[in-house]
Structures are given as C-alpha cells and as structure tokens.
Write a protein that binds this ligand. Structure first.
Ligand code: KIV
Ligand code: ZN
Length: 557
C-alpha cells in the first residue's frame, strides 16, 4: 500500500492543555441531525411521512433541538418544515433547526420555511479548511470571512424584520473546521459573532464540525480547547461539536471534545450520516448512563429505537453495535458465562449498585431480557449451561451435573456447528439423566418403618416385560432400596451425593432429585428423577443413575 502519498496531521499549537483531566459530569445540549445530515446520506432519502414519524420519535426520546433539513435546497424539505409548522406539530419547547448557505435567495427561502415555528435555529455554514479554500472556492481567508459575514448580516436583518411568533436562534459552522488552521477558525467565528452580537442571555451557537475526521480524537480535543481559549465570545456562545466518523473515532472525539469545553453535540441515532457517518448519539448518551450520568434522552426501549431507525433509514444496526446490537448482552464464552452467572447472583446482595462482570449495564435498563444473555455454543462452559437450565426451567444443577452436562452440550454444539437453544438443552438433559427407564424401570414401591431408624422397602421393577420385586432394609428409604437392588439384581453401589428441589412453586409442584452413585470400581454415575412426590423422584433418580451405569458397562464390553 502506498502510504507515502499521505501526510501526518499537524499538531495543534496549544500549551497547557486542560482537557485530559476534565470529567464529563452532565449531558450536553443534544441536537439531532438525523433528518438533515443523516437523511442526506441515505441512498433513498425519507419521504415526508417517514420524516414526520421520525420527528415525533426524536421528540419522544427527548431531543429539544432537531435539524430538520436544508429547506432551500429541496422542495420536500421546505414542505416538511411548513407541514410541521402549519399543523402545529412542534412542541413549544422544541426548536427546529435548518441549514443554509450564505446566499441571499437561499437565506430568504430558509426564513420563509421557518417563520411561525415556536423556536427556530438558522444554521449558517461555509467551508473554511485550507483544502476547500484552495481547491473548491479558489479564494483566500479574507474572501472566506466575507462570505460568512455577509450571510450573518442577512440572517440578522431577516430576523430583525420578522414579526411572527418565532423565537430565533443563530448558529454558524466553519464547515471542515477539523481541517482549518485553528487561529483562522477563531477569526472567522469571531467575525460572525461581531455581526450577531450575542449576549449572555441570548447566546449564539458556534458549531465546530469534524466534517472529515482527520486525526486521532485527542487532536480534535486540542482544536476545540484552542478555540474555546482564544475566541473573544466564549461567554456569549454555546460551543457545539459535530464530529464525523471517518477514522471510526467520532464517539471518542465527541467525548474528548466535551472534556475540552463543548456544551452541545450534533449527531445522529446509531451514527447514520455522510460516508462513515456522524457521531452516534445513542452510544455517547449510553456511555454517560453507564457512569451514572442522566443522559437526558430516553433509550429505555432500545429495541424500539432500533426498529424505528431501521424502518426509517433502511439501514441495519449491526449485531455488535454498542448498547443496541442483538448480541451485545450475550456471552458465548464459558468463562464469561460463568462470571456473569456469579455476578447476577451476587447482585441480590446490592441491587442498587450494578456490578456484573462482562455486563457494563443491566440489560433491563434498555428494555432487554436476561434470557438471551447466555447462549450456548461450542465455546460455552458449564456455568452457561447451568444458567440456561436454571433461568428457563428452574433446574439447579449440582456441580457434578454441571461439569458432566456442560461437556455434553459443548460437544454437541461443536458437532452440529450451531448454537443450542434452551429448549433443546432441557430436552437433552431430560433424555440423558432424567427418569432413565432402560434396562430397569421403577413401577411402584412401599415403605414400612421398622423402628425410628430403620425402614423396609418393597419395590416393583420392570425389566423388559418381567416384573421383579425387590425387598431391602436400611436406615432410610434410599439405603433400603440400594440394599434390595444389591440382593435381587446383584448390583452394588453407594449414593455419594444427593440434591433435590421443587421445580415450580405451589403445593402440587414437581420435585427433581439428582444423585451421584459410586460403583464397586470407584466409578461415579449421575442420574435424576422427576415426580410429583419427592420420595418417588429420589428412587427414580437412583434407578436412572444405575441404568446409566449398566449401559456404560455394557458399551465397554
Ligand atoms: O459535517 C459538516 O461539516 C456539516 C456542516 C454542514 C455542519 O454537516
Ligand atoms: Zn455533518
């Protein structure tokens, strides 16, 4: 690759930068540019009705400023602005913002589009970078400033003459700020503000776009801090940033830009926008949320946000998209599953403080379920399998079962090259361990207590079509049952571990018993039994373990 054609980005002449030690403590003023920057980047731009629906949705999420288009550039965008205003569809506390170039007829048409809105931001821009001045406009700094200043004057006059109810706000963007000499960016913005004469009570917005992301996000932060420190109007302006994502770091640039002094962020949901997109407001807001900061935007139903976005833009949110993708609260790896499982259990001790390994937030805070968090494939481990069985079916697998069955699941998933769904896992567990009926099946039993410490048991066991009756004696039901089996079936083993629990709440609930038995060779075998009676479930568990032992022995022969 011919990297020699490219040049390193110059350092920003800033001394004693302070942004690296700043902390983001509150949400910025958000401005959605989905309906302008986002929409203009779509292969098929939104229709009027799609724009209306999306506008309502942006309002519902909590945006108070929404850039709705470039009305002088297209009839649809003009009509959209007028439709919103003429039908009173804009809440009083929401400002609509539109983009305009610095040309008289464009500004006049822009004002016509906005007149009558409760609040309107007229957003003037012209390109200021060295490259654009040279290649596109073929003019110097002086002409570039004149262009911005003439637009600023026209807007001021138009606002002064307006008699509608609209409360007007002014915004200026030195487009391609990221490629503009830092001192020139200050000079041109200050010249615009000299015309607008903002006050502390009525600030103007200066928007610093990373029109093309040209360097690492620390450089953008340097540019923003340089600007904030050198402008004459800092206390009478709202500093806005508008990063694009060419190098894939628009979110980082936004966060560092906020640390560098920006008050406001322009971006889009999921970062839709020109080329690699704008800064993704969902990610930036959720990053704040995970630090305990109120993002002032409501993403508590993330699935709906994704649906609305995909339906309106025709684009897809990738499965690994931060906070919103289908797989972002899912763990496939066994060690992750195990840690999540333990973390979720520990949460019961401190429900008000979220701390779960591998889950930076509680998925329920964005309207997601726990169900798909842990999914089972060949990378999964015993913890994940145990979690799936417990959370979906209430089974609390003892350690030995977790280990044994974990291997069964990962092997099967590996063989099938696919994920195992919870139902499939439960059925597999049931098939392998529960109420195993071959070669022996418990058909009935009777227990008599001999004295306080001893019982007699008589049980009927089916083997093919034969019914065998066994009699045993011991210091408990299971002990007596094992004694009977040894005497009649000539099978010797002892029970080395025993667990039982109810499977559902309620008086007629089923119980499950898990046993581990050890044969006279020291080999261990697992079995489980389910029944509405706890004692029956325990005998079934012993028969299951014995049957599995016999089958294993026979397969070795
Ligand atoms: O990216 C950009 O520079 C823009 C401006 C028009 C603000 O979208
Ligand atoms: Zn942009």
């Amino acid at each position: 690759m011919n990297y020699k054609r490219y040049t390193r980005f110059p350092q920003v002449p800033i001394q004693n930068r302070t942004w690296p030690t700043q902390i983001i403590e509150k949400a910025p003023i958000w401005c959605s540019v989905d309906l302008r920057d986002g929409n203009q980047a779509l292969e098929v731009p939104m229709t009027l009705s799609q724009k209306l629906k999306y506008f309502d949705f942006l309002v519902e999420i909590g945006f108070k400023t929404i850039e709705i288009g470039f009305p002088a550039a297209s009839e649809t965008e003009y009509d959209f602005a007028r439709y919103l205003i003429d039908n009173n569809l804009i809440p009083d506390d929401v400002a609509i913002q539109v983009l305009t170039q610095s040309r008289e007829h464009i500004i006049a048409r822009t004002m016509d589009a906005l007149r009558g809105a409760p609040k309107a931001v007229v957003h003037l821009y012209n390109s200021t970078s060295t490259l654009q001045r040279d290649v596109v406009f073929n003019f110097g700094k002086k002409e570039c400033i004149e262009l911005a200043v003439s637009g600023a004057k026209m807007i001021r006059e138009a606002i002064e003459m307006d008699t509608s109810r609209t409360e007007w706000f002014c915004e200026y963007s030195p487009e391609s700020f990221s490629g503009t000499e830092p001192d020139f960016a200050v000079e041109i913005c200050d010249s615009v503000l000299d015309i607008w004469q903002p006050t502390k009570d009525k600030k103007a917005i200066i928007n610093l776009p990373g029109t093309v992301e040209m360097a690492s996000p620390n450089v953008f932060a340097d540019q923003v801090e340089y600007f904030c420190k050198n402008t004459r109007w800092r206390d009478r302006m709202i500093v806005s940033i508008h990063p694009h994502n060419d190098r894939g770091t628009a979110v980082a640039a936004t966060e560092l830009g906020l640390m560098a002094g920006a008050d406001r962020v322009e971006g889009t949901l999921f970062g839709n926008g020109e080329r690699t997109g704008n800064a993704d407001i969902v990610t930036i807001a959720m990053n704040m949320f995970m630090h305990g900061i109120d993002p002032e935007l409501d993403f508590s139903n993330m699935n709906r946000v994704v649906e609305m976005y995909e339906e309106s833009t025709g684009l897809l949110v990738p499965v690994r998209h931060p906070w919103a993708g289908k797989l972002v609260f899912t763990a496939f790896s066994g060690s992750h599953q195990d840690a999540i499982n333990k973390g979720l259990k520990r949460m019961k001790q401190h429900p008000d403080r979220w701390e779960v390994p591998y889950l930076p937030i509680d998925p329920r805070d964005v309207g997601r379920d726990y169900a798909p968090i842990i999914r089972i494939n060949s990378q999964s481990g015993k913890g994940g399998v145990a979690y799936v069985l417990e959370s979906n079916f209430g089974l609390q697998l003892p350690k030995a079962f977790q280990k044994d069955f974990g291997v069964v699941c990962t092997d099967l998933s590996d063989k099938k090259h696919c994920e195992l769904k919870p139902k499939e896992i439960f059925e597999l567990f049931d098939d392998i361990y529960v109420n195993v009926k071959f070669p022996y099946e418990l058909s009935g039993y009777r227990e008599d207590s001999l004295d306080e410490n001893h019982v007699n048991v008589e049980a009927n066991i089916k083997a093919s079509d034969k019914l065998i009756t066994i009699h045993g004696k011991g210091n408990g039901l299971l002990d007596a049952f094992c004694d009977g089996i040894e005497k009649v079936l000539n099978r010797k083993f002892s029970i080395t571990s025993y667990h039982e629990h109810a499977m559902e709440s309620g008086s007629d609930s089923a119980a499950i018993t898990y046993v581990e038995i050890e044969d006279d060779q020291g080999n261990k075998h697992l079995g489980a039994g389910i029944s509405s009676s706890v004692t029956k479930s325990s005998l079934r568990a012993v028969v299951s373990a014995m049957n599995r032992m016999i089958t294993k022995e026979q397969s070795k022969k």
